[in-house]
Ligand binder design. Structure first.
Ligand SMILES: Cc1cc2nc3c(=O)[nH]c(=O)nc-3n(C[C@H](O)[C@H](O)[C@H](O)COP(=O)(O)OP(=O)(O)OC[C@H]3O[C@@H](n4cnc5c(N)ncnc54)[C@H](O)[C@@H]3O)c2cc1C
Length: 416
């Protein structure tokens, strides 16, 4: 067994461990940092993300908003210094509703968010408004806060791809997405230039006798090694709790399954410049009568003709001619033991966070059922763009987002 020393050992080269290494080494000048991972950097959870960010967070209190505003400040600094190497945008999160009861709720949520530090609320009630659409690229000189458009004609003028019965939209502005992979690689390169060593191996033991970290044991390709260190960072992602246990610390953290579907929007239902779009009403899927009958007769499939919860969301992915849309319908997560292999097999859409900021009220209070594709994009938009709608499923009406049909029973709604 070989022996080494380090000022800091970080377990995990996902975005959290790499960011910790970058900030310690590059911004704080700490030397002697070892970043240990048994996998290639950013390859476990961090390359599966939808890569969105937002300062739109619920209460109680303003803690999350303050944390996110600071995080976004840092992201913007990094985007500026790197020439926006990770393509950060500021398209915002667009919540949409066709439920009359939700319109005043949107206004109320925006005002509450303003009080938490999300930024100013701007209500647009009629056609002649100063609403400023978000650019597809870049993040500079954009408004913060929230725009709420309560005039349906104005909402559809700016977002013509939404369902024609859309009544209001809430556009949270200090939100968007970027390439998390490229951000991670940028931070890792800078950290390595500043002396951070990346060690491929599995961290198996931590010696924390007397209440202080003394050393860690790593099983690496060249054999076992002990690294004497006074400081240890647990950035093990889904293995955070088991790694904390090596320190003798029990942390009440559990894993949730989060999954997303990526598919080719071959019908062009979602414009490539769209913001993250969230339909906040419950939906039913637009089956034909024949399909509905067949599905309802099957114990396994009858849930597909029932109501699905609010909060389906999606965004375009990729530059140029990319046809890819990411779709996430976040519910039914629960605490689960983590297994990467099982996660790959299951292909389910799962998520749970009761604090997620859906602008609407409780699910039970939310209006009537609505037919239409899950994201409620208007089908005639396809024809307007000169595409053939086709028949995505036998006998089904056209919808560009049909591939997001969830495969699990409905339990909980949520939003990214
Ligand atoms: C489908 C999906 C969508 C998401 N969307 C968003 C989003 O839009 N916005 C957002 O902010 N977040 C999103 N997230 C969450 C985000 O991706 C994660 O919070 C983030 O990637 C976690 O990074 P991490 O570095 O903590 O963990 P990871 O990326 O999992 O890294 C942990 C690393 O630790 C290593 N490790 C663990 N134990 C050991 C050990 N004993 N020895 C050596 N190495 C070890 C692992 O190999 C791994 O590389 C999403 C997640 C998913 C799954």
């Amino acid at each position: 067994m070989s022996s080494h020393t380090a000022e800091v050992v970080i377990c995990g080269a996902g975005i959290a461990g790499i960011a910790a290494a970058y900030h310690l080494a590059v911004r704080r000048g700490v030397r002697g940092i070892v970043l240990v991972d048994e996998r290639p950097p950013l390859s476990l959870t961090s390359d599966k993300s939808t890569e969105c960010y937002r300062n739109w967070w619920p209460g109680p209190g303003d803690d999350m908003v303050a944390l996110m505003n600071r995080s976004i400040d840092l992201l913007e600094e990094l985007a500026r210094e790197s020439g926006n190497a990770f393509r950060m945008n500021r398209r915002g999160y667009l919540f949409a509703t066709a439920d009359p009861a939700q319109v005043s709720v949107f206004v109320e949520r925006a005002r509450e968010a303003e009080a938490r530090g999300v930024g100013p609320t701007r209500i647009h009630r009629r056609g002649a408004s100063d609403y400023r659409p978000a650019p597809a690229d870049g993040f500079e000189n954009q408004p913060t806060g929230v725009d709420v458009i309560t005039d349906p004609a104005l909402a559809l003028r700016h977002f013509p791809y939404l369902a024609p019965d859309t009544l209001a939209v809430l556009h949270a502005r200090r939100c968007g997405w970027f390439s998390g992979q490229q951000l991670g690689m940028y931070l890792l390169e800078r950290a390595r230039e500043a002396g951070v060593r990346l060690l491929e191996g599995r961290l198996e033991r931590i010696d924390a006798r007397g209440g202080r970290v003394r050393s860690v044991r790593v099983s690496a390709r060249g054999g076992e090694m002990t690294i004497a260190t006074p400081r240890f960072v647990d950035a093990a992602g889904p293995f955070f709790a088991p790694v904390a246990r090596l320190l003798g610390v029990e942390v009440p953290v559990f894993c949730e399954r989060h999954a997303k579907v990526a598919f080719n929007d071959s019908l062009g239902a979602m414009p490539r410049s769209a913001p993250m779009t969230i339909w906040t009403d419950p939906v039913t899927l637009p089956w034909s009568d024949e399909e509905r009958r067949d599905l309802a007769a099957s114990a396994e499939h009858k849930r597909l003709v029932e109501e699905f919860p609010a909060g389906v969301h999606g965004r375009p992915e990729g530059a140029g001619e990319s046809p890819v849309v990411l779709l996430i319908w976040t519910y039914d997560a629960g605490g689960v033991p983590f297994s990467p292999a099982a996660g790959r097999r299951r292909r389910r859409l799962l998520h749970e966070d009761p604090r997620e900021p859906v602008p609407g009220g409780p699910l039970a209070d939310r209006g009537r059922l609505r037919a239409g594709g899950p994201l409620r994009l208007r089908p005639d938009g396809l024809q307007r763009r000169g595409r053939s709608a086709g028949r995505p499923h036998h006998g089904a009406p056209p919808s560009g987002v049909r591939a997001g049909v969830p495969l699990v029973p409905v339990r909980r709604p949520g939003v990214p």
